[in-house]
Write a protein that binds this ligand. Structure first.
Ligand code: HEM
Length: 179
């Protein structure tokens, strides 16, 4: 399940551009000269899909995280859905505890299947991006799901990714409305 959450955060970071940063001094990063006081946007979305960092980056493959120690806490720069450094998200523990408890419950208590002959590939994963990224059709599609026999592993993984994304968005929106 943890590999599923990491893979979902890799492909669908709820804050695709993190928070804007300002460089405090002239720096060189990967051959780019960045002047002091430049506003910098870091794309966690693009980093998560970089073919130099991930094999078959567009594929949803939670297994890629099973045999390595890559984590989202800000130490592994190939996976930074919560940012990194001193402005890293302080809500990581809370967000992931909420996500894991909710996910574990829906997986444990229901057998999920797609309606009719639909397969995982039939799910529309189109994203809508603004300040936050979320599934464009998440609610309408979720309403189509019904609980019965688990049909295929791929379908459940993609469904889990949708549920996680929804939970993430809820956490983030609660956070924004509280500010
Ligand atoms: C899956 C859910 C969440 C995601 C993906 C997320 C992601 C992020 C990201 C990317 C940043 C900016 C970090 C940077 O630019 O380096 C951030 C900052 C922050 N997050 Fe979260 N967050 C989540 C949930 C939460 C929750 C539940 C809380 C509070 C309980 C929270 C509180 C904060 C705060 C206060 C900051 C600003 C930190 C600062 O600027 O010093 N976040 N978050």
């Amino acid at each position: 399940m943890r590999a599923v959450t990491k893979e979902t955060l890799r492909l669908h970071p709820p804050l695709p551009l993190l928070f804007p940063m300002m460089s405090t001094r002239d720096v060189e990063v990967n051959g780019y000269n960045i002047k002091a006081n430049t506003q910098v946007f870091i794309s966690a979305w693009r980093i998560g899909r970089d073919p130099k960092l991930y094999d078959k980056p567009e594929e949803y493959e939670p297994e890629r995280f099973l045999n390595n120690g890559i984590d989202y806490r800000g130490n592994d720069f190939e996976l930074i859905p919560f940012g990194a450094g001193r402005r890293v998200c302080p809500g990581i523990q809370f967000a992931m505890a909420v996500n894991e408890i909710a996910l574990a419950n829906i997986v444990h208590k229901f057998d999920w299947a797609l309606p009719g002959e639909a397969s995982g590939e039939d799910l529309d994963m189109t994203e809508s991006a603004g300040l936050t990224a979320h599934k464009k059709y998440i609610l309408s599609k979720l309403l189509l799901f019904h609980t019965s026999k688990l049909r295929n592993r791929e379908g459940i993984l993609i469904l889990l990714s949708k549920a996680l994304s929804l939970l993430s968005c809820i956490c983030l929106r609660l956070q924004l409305s509280a500010q």
